[in-house]
Ligand binder design. Structure first.
Ligand SMILES: [Fe+2]
Length: 201
C-alpha cells in the first residue's frame, strides 16, 4: 500500500510505503501498520479519473492474484521437472508450455499493479502469505496426479477472478482492470480445458 504525501502542487515528492504484505484484505496488521518507509523519490500524481482508495482496492485484489499465479507457476514447474511414466516426454513438454504462459501472466499482473500506481509484491514470503492456493506436498509423480492438482488450482483462480469482474467496475470504477481480469480469466479457462483434456477419467 502506498500513502502519498502532497508535494508542492505539481506532483508528489515522496511516498511513504509499507510492505505489500500488509495488503492482505481484512487482516489485522497490528503494529506493522505504523512501520512506514519513506522513499525519497519523485512520484508523479496519477490523473486517470480513479481515486486512490479505488486504485488501492484493485491493487489488493491483484496482489493476491499475483501470489496465486506465482505459486501455480512453481507447481507447474514441479510437474515439468518431476513427472514420470510412459507419457513422460509429452507431459514434460505440456507442463513447459503452461509454465511459460504463467510466466507471462505473472508479468502482466505485476505490471497492471504498477500501472495503477502501486508496487507489486515481489518476495516469496509475501506470495505465501497472500495466496489462496496450497503448495503441493504430494510424493507421487504421475502425470494424472499433477494434472488434477493443477486443474483444481486454475479453477480456484477462475472463480476468484470471476468474483471480482463486476466489483472492479461497480465498486472501484476501474473498467480497465475489470477488462484485464476478464481476459486473464479466459486464459485460465483455456489452460484448464487443456489440463482437463489430458485426464483419462
Ligand atoms: Fe525445462
Amino acid at each position: 500500500m502506498i500513502r502519498l504525501e502532497h508535494g508542492n502542487g505539481s506532483g508528489f515528492k515522496e511516498a511513504r510505503i509499507f510492505p505489500i504484505l500488509d495488503l492482505t484484505i481484512g487482516k489485522s496488521h497490528g503494529k506493522r501498520d505504523k512501520k512506514w518507509i519513506t522513499l525519497k523519490q519523485n512520484i508523479m500524481k496519477i490523473v486517470t479519473g480513479m481515486v486512490e482508495t479505488n486504485r488501492q482496492g484493485v491493487a489488493k485484489v491483484l496482489a493476491k492474484n499475483l501470489a496465486d499465479e506465482t505459486v501455480l507457476y512453481i507447481k507447474t514447474k514441479k510437474a515439468h521437472w518431476h513427472v514420470e511414466g510412459a507419457d513422460f516426454y509429452d507431459k514434460h513438454k505440456f507442463f513447459e508450455f503452461q509454465f511459460k504462459q504463467l510466466d507471462e501472466i505473472m508479468d502482466s499482473v505485476a505490471e497492471r499493479i504498477r500501472s495503477i500506481g502501486h508496487y507489486a509484491p515481489a518476495t516469496l514470503k509475501s506470495y505465501l502469505n497472500l495466496t489462496h492456493l496450497t503448495e503441493s506436498e504430494s510424493e507421487r509423480n504421475d502425470s494424472q496426479g499433477f494434472i488434477k492438482e493443477l486443474l483444481a488450482d486454475h479453477e480456484r483462480i477462475i472463480i476468484d477472478l470471476r468474483g471480482h469482474i463486476k466489483s472492479f467496475t461497480d465498486d472501484f470504477h476501474d473498467a480497465g482492470s475489470s477488462d484485464f481480469i476478464t481476459s486473464l480469466m479466459i486464459t485460465h479457462e483455456k489452460m484448464a480445458w487443456f489440463l482437463r483434456s489430458h485426464l483419462t477419467k
